[in-house]
Design a protein around this ligand. Structure first.
Ligand SMILES: Cc1ncc(COP(=O)(O)O)c(C=O)c1O
Length: 363
């Protein structure tokens, strides 16, 4: 078996023991609460890890892009939710192609957008299953809860569409400043969605799915009775942001980036061969903690250029030219999207080279 020390750097490593533990922990939690799990595949974008999620009981996958859905459908995944307000005639035709071979669900948050998707389905004598996005406080996309009934009613009347459910993503949890505040965001997420579903039912618009989901809020939102589905994504790898939020411990993080020290120009500065094109330059949320933590010490990356990562060397740490380090990234999902492959490791052994099959599928 090849070992990590045989790999050239930079390279993305994912610890498969940790991945499998994260998948199993979330699957058991959902099962215990009677909630279906539909993990968001944007985090790993790999067929093999998607399969592990299904083997652990997930009902299907969520994705953000039609292109991602196409990759997973080609790989044999049969139940996919494009959890994004898809817009435009070109994408509508691609959705029809997908719906002819898998069970497809698509997000909508406007009557105009939904109507635009319906045309090819109506022409083909089919119905597209859609879910209405509700904004529970992230204020990105989604209708306000008090507008949901009216929008749902109009969407349900569009020929060629079937309103299957409602969904949300409480991304404001990433701005919470304590685990208690995260829990509160999660409770609010679940309760708001269940209340919207109740109002829809009272107006004669029954929906099957009440779908919530972010990694920080999943344990809390899933506890709310009436929530039927959860779509966490990041949990499969976790990252420095989840550790900072208190969502997980450092040893629950599966992804690290292997890098080499290429320069030590000053005692408090060492430079590695991984910059923003390898690690992405997402900030640590919450707080300002640089651009990645160096494993096995207390130093962190203070600055990134495209191909340089500048370590601010902590007093107890020492780095020499040629040293190999492993960086815990701030945001694992964007790192996946930067790489053609990740190495699945157990201990020092490389068990698998996984193609990041859906990377770059941004349309
Ligand atoms: C619509 C939607 N659902 C689910 C998720 C998964 O959230 P997380 O990455 O926190 O697990 C995201 C993340 O961006 C999202 O946008």
């Amino acid at each position: 078996m090849r070992t990590i020390d045989q790999l050239d750097s930079p390279a993305v490593l994912v610890d498969l023991d940790v991945v499998e533990r994260n998948i199993s922990t979330m699957a058991k939690r959902a099962e215990g609460l009677g909630v279906e799990l539909r993990p968001h595949a944007k985090t790993h974008k790999t067929v093999e890890i998607g399969r592990k999620q299904l083997q652990a009981g997930a009902v299907g996958l969520s994705v953000a892009k039609v292109g991602e859905a196409e990759v997973f459908a080609d790989a044999g995944f049969e139940d996919i939710f494009v959890a994004y307000p898809v817009i435009g005639a070109q994408k509508a035709r691609r959705l029809l192609g997908l719906a002819e071979r898998i069970r497809l669900l698509v997000g909508v948050d406007s009557v105009e957008g939904a109507t635009g998707l319906a045309a090819p389905f109506q022409a083909a004598g089919r119905e597209l299953e859609v879910r209405l996005k509700v904004d529970v406080g992230f204020h990105r996309v989604g209708v306000a809860p008090d507008k949901a009934v009216e929008t749902a009613r109009r969407i349900a009347e569009v020929p060629g569409l079937r309103l299957e459910g409602i969904f949300t993503h409480a991304g404001q949890s990433y701005r919470a400043d304590s685990p208690e505040a995260v829990a509160e965001v999660g409770r609010h997420e679940g309760e708001t969605m269940v209340e919207v579903a109740r109002q829809l039912a009272a107006s004669g618009i029954g929906v099957t799915s009440v779908s919530v989901g972010s990694t920080p809020t999943a344990p809390h939102a899933m506890k709310v009775s009436g929530v039927t589905e959860c779509r966490p994504g990041n949990y499969v790898y976790h990252d420095a942001t989840q550790v900072s939020l208190g969502t997980c411990r450092r040893d629950d993080c599966a992804m690290t980036v292997l890098a080499t020290v290429v320069s030590t120009p000053a005692p408090d500065r060492a430079v590695i061969d991984a910059g923003s094109k390898t690690l992405a330059s997402d900030p640590l949320r919450p707080g300002s903690g640089g651009f990645g933590w160096i494993q096995g010490g207390s130093s962190h990356l203070a600055r990134l250029s495209e191909e340089h990562g500048v370590i601010e060397v902590a007093e107890a740490d020492r780095y020499a030219i040629g040293d190999r380090v492993r960086v815990l990234p701030n945001h694992a999902c964007v790192v996946s999207n930067l790489h053609d492959r990740v190495y699945g490791v157990r201990g020092e052994g490389i068990e698998a080279e996984l193609a990041v099959a859906a990377r770059g599928r941004v349309s």
